[in-house]
Write a protein that binds this ligand. Structure first.
Ligand SMILES: [Zn+2]
Ligand SMILES: [Zn+2]
Length: 311
């Protein structure tokens, strides 16, 4: 079985490392609940006049940039070390990933390394299988894996799961800038929308669609990898857990929903390895490699993939 490219983890250190400050805890609730409510309110209200081409273009642009910040940056690069890069690309990936508003980088990476270390067992921060296998237990498990775990106040111990990032001054700075980056990810679409339409109303609609709605949609796509991609779908590869490949989420998740292969081979830069499995994040890593912005990429080879295939 493959291991995670995390530094050696001392089993003597505790899993958890303190509680979130109250202000941060309240802001998690606000950012989880406000964006989907904004979407429901906005659709009938916007129909025909509150939604323009510039909103759509800005929403797609910010979705793509922040989604890749999470998939290529937070996930494949920082958590699993599936390629190497220089200082400025590293900072750019940390900043764009932070702008997805899924938590500061040290929290995100520590949670995700813990997820792989304990996948679908006691200690996994977001497994849907912790409550049993009956219908009620699975409903509760789905809620916990999708969103409930985000609302828990306990933090994963960063000293145990992300000491490499804690030792990096640049990453500590980006981590501390999570608040301002959250403001920026909402304010930038508004500013651009205002400039494109040269109107205050254009700024308001861009704030709604390319700010709040875009953050909400990406939240739920990412959380679906934690919930749906550990419950339903295909399991063509031998992973130690219940991870699955879910094709309908492949485009929106930019390849992250080929989650069964990912758990079988976590450091692989490509998750969609079989014919027809579109993996946009892997394409982007390949482009970075061609531009000499990424090196030592861990591409899967045929022999390695066949080792993980179920007989
Ligand atoms: Zn997983
Ligand atoms: Zn992973």
């Amino acid at each position: 079985m493959a291991e995670i490219a995390a530094p050696p983890q001392s089993q003597s250190k505790p899993l958890l490392g303190g509680k979130r400050p109250l202000a941060a805890h309240v802001s998690v609730y606000v950012f989880v609940i406000v964006p989907p409510l904004a979407l429901l309110v906005a659709i009938p209200f916007a129909w025909g006049w509150g939604l323009g081409w510039h909103d759509v273009v800005l929403a797609v642009m910010f979705y793509v940039i922040t989604c890749l910040g999470v998939t290529v940056g937070f996930h494949r690069y920082f958590t699993h070390g599936s390629f190497k890069t220089g200082r400025w690309v590293r900072i750019a990936l940390a900043v764009t990933g932070s702008m997805a508003v899924q938590g500061p980088i040290l929290h995100w990476v520590a949670d995700h390394r813990r997820h792989h270390a304990f996948a679908d067992r006691e200690g996994d921060p977001h497994s849907p299988w912790l409550f049993g296998t009956g219908p009620a237990a699975l409903l509760r498990g789905f809620w916990h894996a999708h969103l409930g775990w985000v609302l828990a106040r306990e933090l994963t111990n960063q000293r145990r799961f992300a000491p490499d990032l804690m030792a990096d001054r640049d990453m500590r700075v980006v981590h501390r800038l999570f608040g301002p980056l959250t403001v920026a990810t909402l304010a930038l679409p508004a500013v651009l929308g205002g400039l494109l339409t040269w109107s205050g109303w254009g700024a308001v609609t861009a704030f709604f669609w390319a700010g709040l709605v875009r953050v909400a949609v990406l939240h739920h796509v990412t959380w679906s990898v934690n919930s749906i991609c550990h419950m339903i779908g295909d399991r063509p590869f031998a992973a130690r857990d219940r991870s699955t490949n879910v094709w309908p989420l492949a485009i929106l998740s930019m390849g992250e929903s080929w989650h069964n292969l990912h758990h079988a081979d976590p450091t692989s830069a490509r998750h969609g390895v079989r014919r027809g499995e579109i993996d946009i994040s892997a394409r982007v890593i390949r482009i970075l490699e061609l531009l000499r912005l990424a090196h030592d990429v861990r591409w899967p080879d045929a022999a390695r993939i066949s080792r993980f295939r179920k007989a």
